[in-house]
Design a protein around this ligand. Structure first.
Ligand code: ZN
Length: 464
């Protein structure tokens, strides 16, 4: 994406591995970092001096944008049992109502909130593909373009990934009626991804999705793998989020979901296992050996009562980890990191579970943050991500007036940003070399919020 060449000066910036002082960041005309130089004695003439510590923008590696319209509306228990599956039935109520115009409005508001929450790239796991009655749109990517338009309006980068979705369960041959908008096979998904990749839209990348092992037949998974033999983008799959799904997979295949995937010899560094909640150590080792990553969605997994994954196992095995906001009950990457750690503290009854002082990293926040910067880039299909030359010039500037940072020693700023629970800590946000948030303000906020509010009102007041 073309932008003007510019120089930024940061008193402190989070480069891979930790804080560095007196950092000069050069944005190239292509919107990527042309160079990053540390330990300079002074800001050169013409450099813009950043107002606070600079950190890389983060990837939100798992999203269903339409579910933003549902956040906060499933928090009452209206029958004896309320679990993932009853939530899903209610969520389908939204999925069966929303059209492209409302989806664009919801996606724009979501993207704006995510930018304020520290994310500069959104990875959309896209299965809401057809008309309300299940017929195809004339342009099969109508709903996908709605998300892309909303993301572009707010100024966030997008990896748009159409999903294979073709059956209601391991032993079903087709979908339920309330899943009629989702139907897509391997060839549909491949064609859609190629169209996205060829669209020429700025800050839009393509990826591929297999909704889940329950929703895609083994032959379709292998068909997609064949089609995508030379595809460099990411391939995502929901896996092992719920114990019932693990049990169904064992009953149908004799293997646990990740065990089955690993046994099919399909996993490689393009693959991202979303949730990967219910795992055994052998599965963690198999994923590590494959080069695949995991996408953990802590607030959604908490909200849905999914369970807790083996965070220490993934960390210690060196598996790439990315964060997703998934159902969008939270739109703040720091909140996700707190939940990632606090879930472990609560169950293990100890502190700083993710830290690794034995390997030189005593900071929980630093170990998690470094892992999700690189893991998020991989999950979005970007070969370079973070504050390094060649990566897209995305940047967060922490507000030095944030209460969490007042009086904080510089070396502890990341710990404070994560665990002192600051609200609105990001003063300025840059995407591809352009400022999208300045002094906490986004120029499109009012128009985007107005359209979002109307879209949500219409969704809940309109005809069923
Ligand atoms: Zn999901």
């Amino acid at each position: 994406m073309a932008t003007e060449r510019k120089l930024l000066w940061a008193p402190r910036a989070w480069l891979p591995g930790g804080w560095r002082e007196n950092v000069l960041l050069e944005v190239g005309a292509d919107g990527n970092w042309a160079s990053i130089t540390t330990d300079l004695s002074a800001a050169p003439d013409g450099a813009e001096v950043l107002a606070g510590p600079a950190l890389p923008g983060l990837v939100d590696a798992h999203s269903h944008a339409f579910q933003r319209a549902f956040a906060g509306l499933a928090e009452r228990r209206e029958s004896a049992a309320d679990d993932f599956w009853s939530w899903r039935d209610r969520m389908y109520g939204v999925a069966l109502r929303i059209g492209p115009e409302a989806l664009r409005a919801v996606a724009a508001q979501l993207a704006l909130e995510l930018l304020h929450g520290g994310y500069t790239q959104l990875v959309e796991f896209h299965y809401l593909q057809h008309r309300v009655d299940g017929r195809r749109y004339d342009d099969p990517l109508t709903m996908g373009w709605a998300i892309a338009d909303g993301a572009a309006e707010a100024g966030i980068g997008l990896t748009l990934m159409p999903a294979i979705y073709e059956r209601a369960g391991f032993r079903e041959s087709t979908l339920r009626d309330d899943q009629r908008r989702f139907r897509a096979g391997a060839d549909d998904v491949w064609a859609a991804a190629r169209t996205i990749a060829a669209s020429g839209r700025p800050m839009l990348d393509a990826g591929l999705v297999i909704h889940s092992l329950r929703a895609a037949a083994p032959q379709s998974i292998h068909r997609l793998r064949e089609l995508a033999a030379d595809f460099a983008g990411p391939i995502h799959v929901h896996v092992a989020e719920q114990t019932a799904e693990v049990d169904d997979c064992v009953a149908a295949t004799g293997q646990r979901p990740i065990e089955w995937l690993a046994g099919q010899q399909v996993l490689d560094a393009r693959w991202q296992l979303v949730h990967a909640t219910h795992v055994v150590p052998a599965e963690v080792e198999a994923v590590a050996a494959s080069g695949a990553g995991v996408v953990i969605c802590p607030t959604t997994e908490a909200n849905l009562g999914d369970g807790l994954t083996d965070v220490v196992g993934w960390l210690d095995q060196g598996v790439p980890i990315a964060i997703g906001s998934d159902s969008h009950v939270a739109r703040d990457v720091l909140e996700e990191l707190r939940w990632l750690e606090y879930g472990q503290r609560l169950t293990q009854r100890r502190r700083n579970v993710a830290a690794a002082p034995e390997s030189g990293q005593p900071s929980t926040a630093a170990r998690l943050f470094d892992r999700i910067v690189s893991g998020g880039g991989q999950a979005a299909g970007r070969s370079r991500w973070g504050l390094l030359a060649g990566a897209r010039a995305d940047l967060l500037v922490a507000d030095p007036q944030s209460p969490a940072l007042l009086g904080m020693p510089p070396s502890r700023c990341l710990d404070a940003l994560v665990f002192s629970s600051p609200s609105a800590p990001w003063r300025d946000v840059m995407v591809a070399g352009s400022w999208v948030i300045r002094e906490h303000a986004h120029p499109g906020r009012q128009a985007i919020a107005t359209r979002f509010a109307q879209a949500v009102t219409d969704l809940w007041d309109g005809p069923a």
